[in-house]
Design a binder for this molecule. Structure first.
Ligand code: PGA
Length: 226
């Protein structure tokens, strides 16, 4: 399975900073072979990133999608508006669960909406229990699962590659062996190779280290070596 490396910019990078990031990083990323690369900017910078990556091998993803269709939902971005702009969408990131009260039920609703528009959901889980519950609620198997333990997100303390691999195996047991499983949580240029070498892991979701284009390129390169 081709490794998938996703940059999650979270609530960072202004339009000016996003342009600078692309100026420094885009060409270098385009040169990397054998890795599927996705960039998830904020909704504000998303059209700008999508336009820059058009006709390249790189993909754009959203960080979230509304659980409602288009219409009277002030402040939301529905799947109809993402259609044609993104190929991937993060769903149920731990920060969405913690700060916006997202539940597995809401996450399943979002996955269903994305599925009908052929936008690939990248469903985030913090632990095996969430994965098991979601695998019962979500019908489609055309998705990516990202294992992101809360203790590792933005803390500088990643899970061990060994444990991340063991969790990924259990997630594949629930969702099917063909489901790509990523690891996310304090992945840096220094530890990326150790995660890339775990065969059962199919890539990584990178937060903090994706804000520096050169660090992100180094992480992507670690995956191209495998
Ligand atoms: P981090 O975040 O790389 O900053 O730990 C990962 C994530 O939340 O996706």
């Amino acid at each position: 399975m081709r490794p998938l490396v996703i940059a999650n910019w979270k609530a960072n990078l202004t339009t000016k900073e996003a342009s600078e990031w692309l100026r420094q990083g885009q060409k270098l990323l385009e040169e990397v072979e054998k890795v599927t690369i996705v960039i998830c900017p904020t909704f504000v910078t998303l059209p700008q990133v999508a336009s820059s990556l058009k006709e390249t091998s790189l993909f754009v993803g959203a960080q979230n999608v509304s659980p409602f269709p288009h219409g009277k939902y002030t402040g939301e971005v529905p799947v109809e508006i993402l259609d044609g702009l993104v190929r991937y969408c993060l769903v149920g990131h731990s920060e969405r669960r913690a700060y916006f009260g997202e539940t597995n039920q809401l996450i399943s609703t979002k996955v269903k909406l994305l599925e009908s528009y052929r936008i690939k959901p990248v469903v985030c889980v913090e632990n095996i229990q969430q994965a098991e519950e979601l695998s019962d609620q979500i019908k489609t198997r055309d998705l990516v699962v990202a294992y992101e333990p809360t203790f590792a997100i933005g803390t500088g303390t990643p899970d061990t590659p060994k444990n991340a691999g063991a969790v990924a195996e259990k997630i594949k047991h629930f969702f099917g062996s063909g489901t790509p499983v990523l690891y996310g949580g304090s992945v840096t240029p220094d530890n990326a190779l150790s995660f890339a070498q775990v065969e059962v892991l199919n890539g990584t979701l990178v937060g903090g280290s994706s804000l520096n284009p050169h660090h992100f390129v180094e992480i992507v390169k670690a995956y191209s070596k495998i």
